[in-house]
Design a protein around this ligand. Structure first.
Ligand code: SF4
Ligand code: SF4
Length: 390
């Protein structure tokens, strides 16, 4: 019986990025040169084949999508300029859209108008809520206390709780879809698990896989491997892609941690010296975030490599959100130690709204990969350990 090929899948995927795998003749060169591809998790050619055959479920369920860091080695050596690296990036966006039941992620990738309208609407809604109980803007020289009178702490607290709950619910829903998909995907390459009688959960393998995943997330070993395979000319460390990515990631983690510690242990509006550990953590993390976001924006503007050459509007806005949160955070920190005038109230308002918007959009943007990538790494390692142990 002849196999039916659904060409609409490839057409649909092309709206998520700038690749042309219709030119691909399946030579396998991309998989051979990929520094991260292995026998058990070979990519990108297999994902390309799925897309060519219209096997949407297999594309979306490929955990290999999340093991690729877009070093573009494959794109540089593809004899047909099919851009397999960009294909993988587009397939990740396609997968994020596939896991999202609201269709917001899909529309963010495909429509600049929708992207602008959604961001503006969410931002405006957050401002309205934040200002609802405000007695009016601060006047004269502004202190932290005055800022928390302008936007009452209770308003920030309860809005933050609401945003957190909504973002968590959406993230759980999309993550369940990811786990369901990748747990049912076939594992070509000989590490498939044979059917067997019910057995106890392999806890040791699961825990070992957690260790490997944490080492990868915080050490970025695979990303470094991917980056160091790049041909000459060498790029200085502060400008290397893995370092820029690392700066942004550690900046976000550090700021989230500092905010949580402040929330639990600091009286709102109270003074803390610049050298207190939590304040230092927030300052250093903010510096990393602003540095990483600034370099990423410059590299995208200059299109300094293939990764930086293809940007969707949602990528720009995501970087813009990060940069805005970092810079406004520093202005607010300055307000704790210097006497600034009433315009700091606007900065305060914008900072809170941007931070909450970023959290709300987590499941719909590339930020989702902070959840998806570790899970895919864990699952891959878990399966590998199980297959080895059995
Ligand atoms: S190297 Fe290019 S042509 Fe060869 S399989 Fe990969 S994408 Fe296709
Ligand atoms: S972009 Fe790099 S990591 Fe991703 S598939 Fe290509 S060679 Fe492999």
């Amino acid at each position: 019986m002849a196999m039916r090929i659904d060409t609409s899948v490839l057409r649909d995927m092309k709206t998520f990025g700038a690749f042309d795998i219709s030119a691909c003749f399946n030579c396998g060169n991309c998989t051979a040169v990929c520094p991260l591809s292995q026998d058990s998790v070979a990519f990108p050619r297999r994902m390309i084949r799925y897309a060519q055959l219209g096997q949407k479920a297999n594309v979306v369920a490929s955990r290999e999508l999340w093991l690729c860091y877009y070093c573009a080695e494959c794109s540089d050596t593809c004899p047909r300029q099919a851009e397999p690296g960009e294909f993988m990036a587009s397939a990740r966006r396609f997968a994020i859209a596939g896991f999202d039941p609201t269709t917001i992620a899909r529309r963010l990738c495909r429509s600049a108008t929708f992207t602008c309208a959604l961001l503006a609407a969410v931002f405006a809604a957050l401002l309205v809520i934040l200002l609802a109980g405000s007695p009016g803007g601060p006047t004269g020289r502004v202190t932290s206390d005055a800022l928390l009178t302008f936007v009452p702490y209770e308003t920030i607290h309860w809005l933050g709780v609401g945003v957190g709950v909504v973002a968590l619910a959406l993230t759980v829903a999309t993550t369940v879809n990811l786990l369901w998909a990748i747990s049912r995907a076939p594992t070509p390459g000989g590490l498939g698990l044979p059917a067997r009688q019910a057995q106890v959960f392999p806890l040791a393998a699961a825990l070992n896989a957690v260790g490997t995943t944490l080492a990868e997330v915080f050490g970025q070993m695979r990303y470094r491997d991917c980056d160091t395979e790049k041909p000459a000319p060498p790029v200085p460390l502060p400008l290397r892609r893995w370092f820029v990515h690392y700066s942004i990631m550690m900046g976000m983690i550090g700021l989230a941690l500092a905010t949580a510690l402040d929330y639990f242990f600091k009286t709102p509006g109270s003074y803390v010296p610049l050298w207190s550990p939590v304040r230092l953590l927030g300052t250093v993390a903010g510096a990393f975030l602003v540095y990483g976001a600034t370099i990423a924006v410059i590299q995208r503007l200059r299109k300094s490599d293939k990764y930086s050459s293809h940007s969707l509007l949602s990528d720009w806005l995501f970087l813009g959100l990060l940069w805005g949160i970092g810079v406004t955070g520093f202005v607010l920190e300055l307000a704790d130690y210097a006497s600034l005038s009433s315009w700091v109230g606007v900065v305060f308002l914008v900072h809170i709204a941007l931070a909450m918007e970023l959290i709300l959009l987590l499941p719909f943007t590339k930020l989702a990969h902070i959840v998806y990538r570790p899970l895919a790494i864990w699952f891959t390692e878990f399966r590998s350990l199980r297959a080895t142990n059995d």
